[in-house]
Design a protein around this ligand. Structure first.
Ligand code: PMT
Length: 404
């Protein structure tokens, strides 16, 4: 018999708070989650209580705050009852110390013991000094936790409490709340379905040292792949060069050029017979007519020279031409007449939906964490707010789940 007193319809977020200056931001996260209808229970490390008192979290949550392994006579095995109560466990802020412990299964306080005991999805929002974040040990721990299925809400870059500038600042509270709520309501509605996704830029080499490309980071495609995989889909991701790790639960083929991307996508399409194909890649429209095997010298070219280009194959148009029952989603990055351009692509590329994004604002689109999308289909246009790309990925997968 469970010792949990959770009522059946009350979704419970267990909020883990660890000891760092950003601990006060957990109060705001708690409020944001409560406003969305979640019951929030707080578990703190002893060090976190040095930054924000348990009394603050108790007053805000209306729940006892868990901190000492044996502090609740009604629940003598406290870490197990907490672990069972949690529908989602979000650790925000998560320090390097706690992250490195979690990655190694160290359970030396109530928070880490509960993390080891729970079967609830784990969300980690790190916050620390930039050098601690970049440290090889921390990065290895992050990789391990991600590979085991944790959702990572990446820290932001900026001024840090210690005076340094760089990555390590806790992500925006709204982004952590959205990631937490997405886990709380996650369905397995993509179970049994398969998706082909292209992502990232392509590089079209002139010579071994130079190439034509664009600023796509791959984030959009990778987050769509991760979201669909977490909802049960089988994913083949064909990716151009990016710094990103393979998304959780996805099979990834890494390529460099548009021609290689076409070959890999055609192969995956034939093998997978996907229910949907999503083309987020920013494929270079042209490549140099000739690729030199040696680095080109400035030599005697003078001050002006001409580069001859040849059109690349259109990967999406090629696969969509013979798409059968596959639901085809294309992307369009535009700087003007965004909706009109997307509607035109719906026709020319034989797509079921084009996701248009306005990249005239340099803070949105390429390589940003946030974006605003317009879903353009024969049924009309639906526009989103500016949201984290993870949340946008969820909205797109909702539509794919419905359409396939
Ligand atoms: O990777 P991020 O940093 O997150 O950035 C995301 C993004 C801005 C790159 C992405 O959201 C996006 O908009 N991708 C499409 C970029 C674009 O302008 O595509 P396009 O208009 O050139 O092509 C339209 C569609 O055809 C796209 O789905 C594209 O993948 C596909 N295409 C285009 C050319 C080509 N040779 N092959 C293709 O498959």
């Amino acid at each position: 018999m469970s010792t949990s007193n959770k009522t059946k319809h009350e979704p419970t977020v267990l909020l883990g708070v660890t000891g760092c200056i950003a601990a006060y931001k957990a109060c705001e996260l708690l409020r944001s989650l409560q406003k969305s209808g979640a019951r929030v229970k707080v578990v703190m490390t002893p060090m976190a209580a040095e930054f924000v008192t348990p009394a603050t979290f108790k007053a805000l949550s209306g729940e006892e705050v868990a901190i000492a392994p044996i502090d609740d006579p009604a629940r003598p095995i406290h870490h197990i009852s907490l672990a069972e109560e949690a529908d989602v466990f979000v650790i925000a802020p998560a320090t390097a110390n706690t992250i490195n412990k979690l990655a190694n299964g160290v359970a030396d306080n109530l928070l880490t013991t509960t993390a080891l005991a729970t079967e609830a999805p784990l969300i980690i929002a790190p916050a620390m000094n930039v050098h601690m974040w970049r440290d090889e040990v921390t990065q290895e721990s992050m990789d391990r936790l991600y590979e085991r299925g944790a959702v990572i809400v990446e820290p932001e870059s900026g001024y840090l409490a210690c005076g340094d500038v760089g990555e390590g600042r806790l992500a925006a509270i709204e982004d952590i709340a959205q990631a937490t709520l997405a886990e709380l309501s996650r369905s397995r509605d993509m179970e049994g379905k398969s998706l082909l996704i292209t992502a990232g830029p392509t590089r079209e080499h002139l010579d071994p040292a130079r190439f034509l490309s664009n600023p796509s980071s791959g984030k959009t495609g990778y987050l769509i792949a991760e979201e669909a995989a977490r909802r049960g889909a089988r994913i083949a991701l064909v990716s151009g060069p990016t710094d990103l790790k393979d998304p959780f639960g996805c099979s990834v083929v890494r390529v460099t050029s548009a021609e290689e991307m076409l070959e890999a996508a055609e192969q995956a399409f034939a093998e997978l017979e996907p229910d949907a194909a999503v083309f987020t890649a920013a494929v270079a429209d042209f490549r140099p007519l000739e690729r030199s095997q040696q680095k080109l010298k400035k030599g005697d070219r003078g001050r002006e020279t001409t580069l001859q280009l040849v059109a690349n194959p259109d990967i999406m148009a090629t696969l969509a031409a013979d798409k059968g029952l596959t639901y085809v989603v294309g992307f369009a990055a535009e700087t003007q007449d965004v909706i009109e351009a997307a509607a035109a692509k719906l026709e020319t590329k034989n797509a079921d939906m084009i996701v248009a994004n306005d990249v005239s604002d340099p803070t949105l689109g390429f390589a940003s964490a946030h974006n605003r999308w317009h879903f353009v289909s024969k049924d009309g246009v639906e526009s989103t707010e500016i949201l984290h790309k993870r949340t946008l990925a969820g909205l797109l997968v909702d539509r794919i789940a419905e359409a396939t």
